[in-house]
Design a protein around this ligand. Structure first.
Ligand SMILES: [Zn+2]
Length: 236
């Protein structure tokens, strides 16, 4: 964390009481982003299930599937979705960082050391970043990096702006995002276990596009995977 970020965090603590991003209860000293109660009852996702569900993403990639981790089962109709909304749309980069940090600590504890060498946040086009003020994926990766010691790379870049994915079907999403992500300095990634970082994984089309861009770039990583906060629950 930079000195400036620490200072801003310190000042925002002085100015007001912070509340839990899920249940809105006042946070106690030591609680960050969400309260202990919500942390305990978080509907955690199964990494085994995710590995099977998203195996297709990496089927044609340049490297075998690596880490497939999401913190919780994301359902937009439950209060758990609040924390993603707040981290993404509510001018709250600190929350995104804190959630990444909390998940990073948990992953580290659960796996006895997270099996990745570099975190690559899903890029955001500069125009969108200017409107939103930050890229939540970078903030989540920053928190993950602080908790795990895994470095964050800036090799994934947005080549051109794409419209929002929210109201599009699977095929439309794929067409929408194709060719919009590029890779800087691909050979920096040779031999590394890559974890692509995003806020939510739904169909997996965004992560797939990143994996395809890495594959086409000439990079030769050791494995390719992802870490997200949420994995959207499939509706039958
Ligand atoms: Zn709470």
């Amino acid at each position: 964390m930079t000195t400036l970020q620490r200072m801003l965090d310190y000042l925002s603590d002085l100015v007001g009481v912070r509340s839990c991003a899920v249940c809105d209860a006042e946070l106690m000293p030591g609680e960050k982003g969400i309260c202990i109660g919500c942390m305990t009852s978080l509907p955690r996702a199964s990494s085994h299930h995710l590995a099977t569900r998203y195996a297709d993403i990496f089927a044609n990639a340049v490297a075998p599937q690596g880490l497939t981790e999401a913190w919780f089962d994301y359902d937009p109709t439950t209060p758990w979705a609040n924390m993603i909304r707040q981290a993404k749309y509510n001018n709250n980069p600190r929350l995104a960082r804190e959630l990444g940090h909390a998940f990073g600590l948990e992953l580290q504890h659960r796996t006895g050391g997270v099996q990745a060498d570099v975190l690559l946040p899903v890029p955001m086009h500069w125009r969108k970043r200017m409107t939103r003020g930050y890229n939540q994926s970078i903030e989540i990766a920053r928190g993950l990096s602080e908790a795990t010691g895994i470095c964050m790379g800036d090799n994934l870049v947005a080549l051109r702006s794409h419209s929002t994915q929210t109201h599009k079907g699977d095929a439309a999403r794929k067409a929408n995002i194709r060719g919009k992500i590029g890779v800087d300095a691909p050979h920096e990634l040779d031999g590394l276990r890559i974890a692509i970082v995003d806020d939510i994984i739904t169909t997996g089309s965004t992560i797939a596009e990143c994996a395809a861009a890495i594959s086409l770039s000439g990079a030769r990583p050791r494995s390719l995977g992802f870490i997200t906060l949420g994995a959207t629950v499939l509706r039958k």
